[in-house]
Design a protein. Structure first.
Length: 492
């Protein structure tokens, strides 16, 4: 299981393979439609949802504008409460910090709470290379780990698996990781959940080191917040002697009052619940209650580069609810693996190319992995205008231009494969700014319409292979207007 999946083919190629998998498409269609319908019902119960959404947007934008101040305040609060704060500029530094902290305990096993940040940096692989085994305790993450798979959804990482596949994975793999699956295990959800519970319970009781992320961090008090539905997170957060939390710097909020907004919008947007069954908060360490040692690793890994982009920075508002995935027609058909990142779907299409840059084939293609229908923006609880950022990133890929990478201002070169597109846009700009030339071209196209091909040649073939080429009308609109309304535009 890899955190970044770099080296994958571009999204169109990966998606082409995915859409041929009928089982995958059936699993995705059933799951996304079910979650989508439940979310809509949960949101409809809230009369001031639009106001909550706007409040969330404003809180996030304010925090991002003053991120340096709130992060320093957070560090002060965590330290005062008995925790230790570490700053990680990138994935390599974060992995080194966490590995060294685990080694210092003398332990060779850790239990983990579901965490997108640790997947992003491929922490499990880094720990394994150091001889440390990490056990995922979220049910869906356990399925992914046992199946030697990759997550394909932000909220439900194993959404691409059905019950029969999960039963086979448990029966085949559990024994190699700990307690084996019961004999005669069926695909009943209750039996599968009980098999996972028994398998994980021994790990919870044995583990002395826990690793987590956090949904939010409250700057004023240094409080970490994890919301979940299963209770495994609370076991990881309270039973081990040492707790290490790896959290993206954008997860900070100024006050508890700000947190109140997101504790209303996140559960309804993600699991369609009025509130999460388990909301765990902890502030530093407390004698005799929970871990006696707490480390917070604040992860940058491209976030300050993203913050420097006036349009792209709104991706950092994301609270990882996954609502945009569940309404996206592209994600529903292609699945999460085609995005080549732990952040799939619409949010991944704008977040991954900013965190990682657009130098690889997969990252350069992600801004095009959208129909721009706008459904993602409509459901986003913090009003991220994903279509706006997609178009912005498409321009960056095709045209290049100024950006910030690694904290330095750079000028990006256009990605390969867009020369024909740039030439077409330059030709269109030339024609559209010269009415005479445009009119002549339109008349010529109208008079030769019966000779026009049904599909475009050369690079245009990729466009017309999935679309009908529009027919050219027998007469340009401006000629028709003059003929029917006179040269001055008045009625005859």
């Amino acid at each position: 299981m890899s955190g970044t999946f770099l080296g994958m083919p571009a999204f169109p190629e990966a998606a082409r393979e995915a859409v041929r998998d009928a089982t995958l498409r059936g699993n995705l269609r059933h799951a996304t439609h079910t979650i989508r319908a439940k979310r809509a019902a949960a949101v409809a119960e809230v009369s001031d949802w639009a106001e909550l959404r706007e409040a969330g947007r404003r809180i996030k934008d304010h925090t991002l504008r003053h991120l340096d101040r709130y992060l320093l305040r957070l560090e002060e609060s965590v330290t005062a409460a008995g925790g230790t704060v570490h700053w990680a500029a990138d994935a390599a530094e974060a992995n080194r910090i966490v590995t060294d902290l685990v080694r210092a305990t003398g332990e060779r096993e850790v239990v983990k709470v579901k965490s997108m940040a640790t997947q992003e940096i491929a922490l499990n692989e880094a720990l394994e290379a150091a001889g440390i085994r990490a056990y995922e305790t979220d049910l869906a993450e356990l399925i992914v780990q046992l199946g030697k798979d990759r997550p394909s959804h932000i909220l439900v990482p194993a959404i691409h698996r059905n019950r029969g596949e999960i039963r086979d994975i448990f029966a085949r793999e559990m024994g190699a990781w700990g307690r084996p699956a019961p004999e005669g295990l069926t695909d009943s959800p209750a039996e599968l959940a009980e098999a996972a519970r028994l398998h994980l319970r021994e790990k919870f009781l044995r583990a002395r080191v826990g690793i987590s992320g956090a949904n939010f961090m409250v700057a004023d008090t240094g409080t970490m917040v994890v919301v979940e539905s299963e209770g495994n997170g609370r076991m990881c957060l309270t039973l081990p002697e040492t707790l290490i939390s790896v959290v993206g710097i954008e997860k900070v909020v100024p006050t508890w009052r700000d947190l109140e907004v997101f504790l209303q919008t996140l559960p309804r947007s993600s699991t369609a619940e009025r509130m999460n069954p388990y909301t765990s908060t902890w502030t530093g360490t407390t004698g005799g209650d929970g871990p006696s040692v707490f480390h917070l690793v604040l992860l940058d890994n491209g976030r300050t580069d993203t913050l420097a982009d006036d349009i792209g920075r709104q991706a950092l508002r994301c609270i990882r609810c996954s609502a945009c995935l569940n309404v996206c027609p592209v994600y529903e058909r292609a699945g999460g693996h085609a995005y080549g990142s732990v952040y799939p779907g619409p949010i991944g299409a704008i977040l991954s190319p900013q965190l990682r840059g657009t130098g690889s084939a997969i990252d350069a293609s992600l801004p095009y992995a959208s129909s721009l229908c706008g459904a993602c923006y409509e459901v986003c609880p913090v009003a991220i205008d994903i279509p706006e950022v997609l178009v912005h990133l498409r321009e960056r890929v095709a045209q290049g231009g100024p950006a910030v990478r690694g904290g330095n201002k750079v000028v990006l070169r256009p990605a390969k494969g867009h020369a024909a597109e740039r030439a077409a846009m330059r030709a269109a700009r030339w024609a559209l700014t010269r009415p005479g030339a445009l009119g002549t071209g339109q008349r010529l196209a109208a008079r030769t319409r019966r000779f026009h091909p049904r599909s475009l040649p050369g690079p245009g073939r990729a466009w017309s292979a999935a679309r009908d080429l529009p027919e050219v009308p027998p007469e340009p609109f401006r000629d028709w207007w003059r003929r029917t309304n006179g040269p001055e535009g008045g009625a005859k």
